[in-house]
Write a protein that binds this ligand. Structure first.
Ligand code: PHE
Length: 459
């Protein structure tokens, strides 16, 4: 599968092919790095509850819509929108979906670089050093080191795309994913059974309604899109590679289920460990944000005794999960450029590389050389994350809902979903959400997150 096929579009081998490739894209840093730190920061159990509700309602509806639109039109987002109309709305809707991965991919590779740095650290035997109090801060404060590791990760991603070793990577991740699940279960059990961890389990699993704020919903919905790889055009493309006889309903359910499972497991590894290992600093560490995984995991591994081996295994698996996701991000950017600007594969990859270099370097240097530049109070990485997740993705999702309602029609989606011969069991719920809830809800999310950043309201 990929955009190399110009004449007849390549397809996934069947349901398994689709589920594995889509899960490879969906499961990544979003689950293991982003979900736990957001859950820690935005209320624990209440965040988890809101997140789960959102996945089974909006998330699931959106994945079905995007996959069905992709399969029906046989196109990536820009082409899929244009299949229905050439109106300015369609052009806007297609392009906003296509641009989001270009904003996410660079900073994704910066975090991928952090993973590589820790992997290298464990390979060199630095179990204690990596668990040191200031290790992470020192690392990101050094412009050369954070940029260097970002470049290594970005080059790995581009190399996969240029040399077309996608198949190799996919085959490897078929083995890696199950291993990741097993390792995550082992580490989660270890983490949950440490003295003091009970507070963390409670914090993560039991909703405390007193901690609910509108911000919880705003952040949870952005995270849901991010983690499921939806509201950014990718699932259109994947849907377009899907054969007609594969059940959209079943396969998207499996992807969403697996993705959520990994996120919850990651939460169970990391949040109890915050309580067990950071003592008095627990409350402060819960707020740590993007650095959380890099602060807590090394402490768990140091405590485990066999930390070096587990550390290597963990960061290697996370590296693979991140690489498959980064590849799908970069691939979707490159294929949009190929399709829409009619440039060759090499040129498209080069353009993506330049965008990555510029935006990724800004994100890296935002922690050191450029740390005095703040955009609405955020460093560059946070800003790109906010811009894509809280502003552009709700817009992209709204555009897709409008496309479904106005052009593709709910019946059109249903006939695509049932094209495999099976029924559409969730059809009523799906229609209800799309018709009455989605657009209004997404609009409220969008407006409130923008007003919040502008300081007009405080959530
Ligand atoms: N879903 C991926 C993750 O959770 C990130 C991603 C988003 C990958 C969009 C591809 C496309 O890490």
């Amino acid at each position: 599968m990929s955009a190399q096929s110009q004449d007849s579009r390549a397809t996934f081998s069947g349901k398994l092919g689709y589920v594995l490739a889509t899960a490879g894209s969906a499961v990544g840093l979003g689950n293991i790095w982003r979900f736990p730190y957001l859950a820690a920061k935005y209320g624990g159990g209440i965040f988890l509850l809101v997140y789960l509700i959102l996945v089974v309602t909006f998330g699931y509806s959106l994945i079905i819509s995007e996959t069905a639109l992709g399969r029906k039109t046989g196109k990536s987002p820009v082409g899929a929108y244009h299949y229905f109309s050439r109106s300015p709305f369609a052009t806007f809707g297609g392009w906003i979906n296509a641009i989001i991965p270009m904003i996410i991919c660079p900073y994704y590779c910066v975090i991928g670089g952090w993973v590589l740095r820790y992997l290298a650290g464990y390979l060199a035997g630095g179990v204690h050093e990596l668990a040191g109090e200031n290790y992470f801060t020192d690392f990101i404060s050094s412009a050369g080191s954070i940029e260097g590791w970002f470049l290594v990760f970005a080059l790995c991603t581009l190399a996969v795309i240029i040399f077309g070793v996608q198949n190799g990577i996919e085959r490897a991740s078929k083995i890696m994913m199950p291993v990741l699940v097993v390792l995550a279960v082992v580490v989660a059990i270890y983490s949950m059974t440490r003295p003091g961890a009970a507070g963390g389990i409670k914090y993560f699993l039991i909703p405390d309604f007193g901690r609910f704020s509108w911000m919880t919903v705003v952040v949870a919905i952005g995270q849901m899109f991010y983690s499921l790889s939806c509201a950014m055009g990718i699932l259109f493309t994947y849907g377009s590679y899907m054969k007609k006889d594969v059940s959209i309903e079943k396969s998207t359910f499996e992807v969403a289920f697996f993705d959520t499972l990994i996120a919850v497991l990651a939460g169970l590894m990391i949040i109890p460990a915050v309580f067990a290992f950071s003592g008095e600093n627990a409350a402060e560490n819960l707020q740590a944000g993007p650095s959380l995984m890099f602060i807590t995991m090394p402490k768990i591994f140091e405590n485990m005794g066999i930390g070096m081996i587990i550390g290597i295994a963990f960061f290697l698996l996370v590296f693979f999960a991140a690489l498959t996701s980064a590849v799908s991000l970069a691939e979707s950017c490159a294929s949009t450029l190929q399709d829409e600007w009619h440039v060759g594969r090499k040129a498209a990859t080069l353009i993506v590389g330049v965008i990555m270099l510029v935006l990724g370097s800004l994100s890296s240097f935002g922690f050191n050389l450029l740390s005095n530049i703040r955009i609405f109070g955020m460093d560059f990485l946070d800003f790109f994350d906010f811009l894509s997740n809280s502003v552009m993705m709700p817009i992209a999702a709204m555009a897709t809902c409008l496309l479904v309602l106005r052009s593709a029609t709910l019946n059109g989606i249903a006939s695509e979903v049932t094209a495999c011969g099976a029924g559409f069991r969730q059809r009523k719920i799906y229609n209800f959400i799309m018709k009455y809830l989605a657009i209004v809800f997404l609009g409220v999310i969008l407006i409130s997150s923008v007003l919040n950043v502008l300081g007009v309201i405080s959530m």
